[in-house]
Design a binder for this molecule. Structure first.
Ligand code: AMP
Ligand code: MG
Length: 490
């Protein structure tokens, strides 16, 4: 059943109605003076809503949940989570609400969700609020990931609340209206598994299959197949992060989705100089979530998902463990396959096979070793490859490597032009450079939205070089990067 909303949304509430045990019906806090700061017209269009309708006076209050738009049934979702390895049985949305689901113009079901909308029953000691800078960061990173072709949640809008939130200093408050394939996390399964209600766990798994993996519904072992499918989507996602130098920064199990989308861009950052040990987050003292650890951490999180699914996989515990372990162990091979395939594409060697593919993979490993040894900029060096096809070009890469690489590329390419075009289509020019994100968010907090708008313009179309945008294609000065730290968006 759906209802026509007052701002053009036809909400459905399948999560809340299928899984009431995982929901606390709740309302957003009342905000003194809500104001639309940034509207994502592309996302609005995908949701089939006319952006002018969302810009109209009156829509802002509705978008911020004051009161929630017609047809929405706001709920705070329950979930657990392993945070930096320690289990917290009851996290849940402490400052967020699921308004409901919308069917987008492609027929996909998308959650519309508010972050920073006030305390909920899961708020613990938190104030339930969010600051403008971190919510704009979610907007920028989501658009960048989407532009890069990486599965991600995206912002529909950022709304200023009109009140200040107290952090280290008082900061302008904001709410993010976020769109996601769903907000079901590994931590949602950890929560369901620990309620001791086997029906709830099964209902949740059935819901996820129906929503994200419908092709598995009629397989012989749907829950084991679900596990394998999630393992594969995450292997693919993490490989894509690694290929662009993305460091999530807080890969807790409550920040890993069943849909395979990237979510929760708090202390995340893009790496400039290639170094697997890179970590930016101020709270990640041990480097648990360092760039190079991300695949292993993903597998660790997926082990937690596997444990939660055991009762559904087989009634004999030993059999369940054996089957789940086999799937979990396939993560590494799946990850390597996705990663190696992506690297070949970034090196213009996608069409290789057999022994040719092996030598392509050797070239890729050597390329990464050079990046690391010379501390070269990941994004720029990959992007320079299209130019380096030309023998006369000066390159930071060793001449012996370049010669072997050119030979390989030209064996397969129809022409130099085609090869160069394919390389540029695989290697972005613009990623959200940390110093640019930092500067843009600072300006926004001071009231100047222009830098954020320019940054979003660059990173949302990252493969197309355009004049005037060079600052977004330049690494931060070393002096910036050395002291650079990111903070959780709390
Ligand atoms: P995050 O690190 O933002 O993914 O949040 C981890 C957990 O802390 C989730 O349960 C959040 O809802 C909760 N949380 C984060 N910030 C706040 C806040 N300011 N108020 C209440 N809960 C919060
Ligand atoms: Mg989170």
């Amino acid at each position: 059943m759906s209802v026509t909303g007052d701002i053009g949304f036809r909400f459905e509430n399948s999560f809340a109605s299928s899984l009431p045990e995982l929901c606390e019906p709740w309302q957003a806090a009342t905000f003194p003076e809500p104001r639309l700061v940034l509207l994502n017209e592309a996302v609005a269009a995908e949701l089939g809503v006319d952006p002018t309708r969302l810009r109209a006076a009156g829509a802002t209050a509705s978008l911020i949940g004051n009161p929630a738009p017609t047809g929405a049934q706001p709920v705070a979702q329950a979930y657990s989570g392993h945070q930096f390895g320690s289990f917290n049985p009851r996290l849940g949305d402490g400052r967020a609400l699921l308004l409901g689901e919308l069917i987008d113009v492609n027929g996909g079901r998308r959650d519309l969700h508010l972050k920073g909308s006030g305390r909920t029953p899961f708020a613990r000691g938190g104030d339930g609020k969010a600051a403008l800078g971190p919510m704009l960061r979610e907007y920028v990173i989501g658009e960048a990931m989407h532009g890069l072709g990486i599965p991600t949640t995206r912002a529909l809008a950022v709304l200023a609340t009109g009140e200040m939130v107290q952090r280290e200093t008082p900061l302008p408050g904001a709410v993010l209206a976020r769109v996601a394939a769903s907000h079901i996390r590994v931590g949602t399964f950890e929560y369901a598994a620990r309620t001791g209600n086997p029906d709830l766990l099964r209902n949740l798994a059935d819901y996820v299959i129906g929503r994200h993996y419908p092709e598995l519904a009629h397989t012989e072992h749907p829950y084991l197949s679900l596990y394998a499918a999630v393992v594969d989507r995450q292997a693919s996602l993490i490989a894509q992060w690694m290929l662009v130098g993305f460091i999530h920064g807080v890969m807790n199990t409550d920040n890993m989705t069943l849909s395979g989308e990237s979510i929760d861009f708090g202390p995340c950052a893009f790496m400039d100089a290639y170094d697997p040990a890179t970590v930016f987050s101020s709270i990640d003292h041990g480097g648990r979530y360092a760039y190079g650890n991300q695949p292993a951490i993903a597998q660790w999180n997926l082990a937690r998902l596997g444990e939660s699914l055991l009762p559904l996989i087989h009634s004999v515990p030993e059999e369940a463990v054996a089957a789940a372990t086999e799937v979990l162990q396939s993560f590494r091979e799946r990850y390597e396959r996705h990663h190696a395939g992506g690297l070949r594409r970034k090196l213009g060697l996608a069409s290789t096979d057999g022994s040719d593919r092996e030598s392509a993979d050797v070239l890729a490993v050597e390329f990464l070793s050079v990046l690391q040894a010379e501390r070269l900029d990941l994004t720029l060096t990959f992007r320079s490859l299209s130019g380096a096809l030309d023998e006369g070009t000066v390159s930071v890469l060793p001449e012996t490597w370049l010669r072997r690489w050119r030979d390989r590329v030209l064996v397969h390419a129809r022409s130099l032009e085609v090869a160069a075009r394919e390389l540029d289509a695989a290697n972005p020019v613009y990623v959200p450079r940390n110093h640019e994100v930092d500067a843009a968010l600072r300006a926004a907090v001071e009231g100047d939205m222009q830098p954020v708008l320019r940054l979003v313009g660059a990173v949302s179309d990252p493969f197309q070089h355009r004049p005037g945008l060079d600052r977004y294609a330049t690494p931060a000065p070393t002096s910036f990067t050395q002291g650079f730290q990111t903070f959780c968006g709390t």
